[in-house]
Design a protein around this ligand. Sequence first.
Ligand code: SAH
Length: 353
Amino acid sequence: MQLDLDLAGRTVLVVGGAASARLAVARFVQAGAAVSITATDAGCRSVERPKHLAGWRDVVDGMDLVVLVDADAEEERMIRAVAGRRTWILSEAPASAEPIGTVTLIGGGPGDDGLLTLAARDALARADIIYVDRLAPQQRLREFAPGAEIVDVGKTPGHHAIPQHEIERRMVASALEGRTVARLKGGDPYVFGRGGEEVAACRAAGVPVTVIPGVTSAIAVPAAAGIPVTYREVSRMFTVVSGHAPLDDAQLAHLAGLGGTIVVLMGVSNLPHLTAGLARFGMPADMPLAIIERGTQLSQRTTVTTVSDATEVSTRLRVSSPAVIVVGEVVRLMHHGEEADRISRDVIALAGE
Ligand code: SAH
């Protein structure tokens, strides 16, 4: 029987142990219900499992739904005896007792393995299987995770990325087989990384999931090019924008009016639309704009231009993704520090300077 009920805000009591009831708990939490369980460490409110009728009366009172996962006959009798007419009761088979694996989403930083965190290294070392994104650091992965199976989901033999839902399906399937799954992502998992969707997929399947934050390219790539995203009296804010889809007029107008640094990810193909839009809403034509390609990699290249020249310059220089675009006065502060020697960077300076 398939019953579609709106459970948002409803009170649900799950009678079962944390392991056997994990799928039920995950499903009701996902549906927005206020879930209590007769167990501890199940990721929701826990209540004592009563032994007597009076105790059951207290915990069942006020519940919209009681889900019996591993209640014995005597417990079920007491629950039915105390449940009022407004309380629904249903039974659900316990989840299999097989050990369940875990998923760890790891923010891998912008590509240089020196920017992996200690927590990321630890999680990689523990993993049985690692699903790796295209922009995640890969050079020393074997060394960091000697025993793990490494699956590159950034591209397939035909060089097409695996669809997001398929990545989620595989991750969850590996965890349900009991494996310790690591998902190594570029930058920070929650910055345009679809990390939120991957966490939701795990939770919906009852798979324990944790997230290790990463160094985001939005800040680290400008830094690798010597550009501070904020600077006292120059810019006291930075806005990180996805350029994947063109911004609408209201968004362009707000951005142009903010007066702070604008950092654009996935913005190469829509750069003409972005700069024309910013100019239309009052951004000065000579506002500096930097494009940093392949930040922190040996082939890192920084192109410095202006809002009005960016389209022509980027076409001429065949600027390509992945790149971070920085618009704002902070670009003038770009410094070529000693770390410039570490990366053979190629800086193309502002035309005319
Ligand atoms: N979660 C990632 C961003 C994913 S979106 C993060 O926090 O960094 C992918 C975009 O990130 C790319 O299109 C590009 O704009 C940017 N990016 C990631 N790594 C980069 C790198 N090494 N150099 C330049 N841009 C990079």
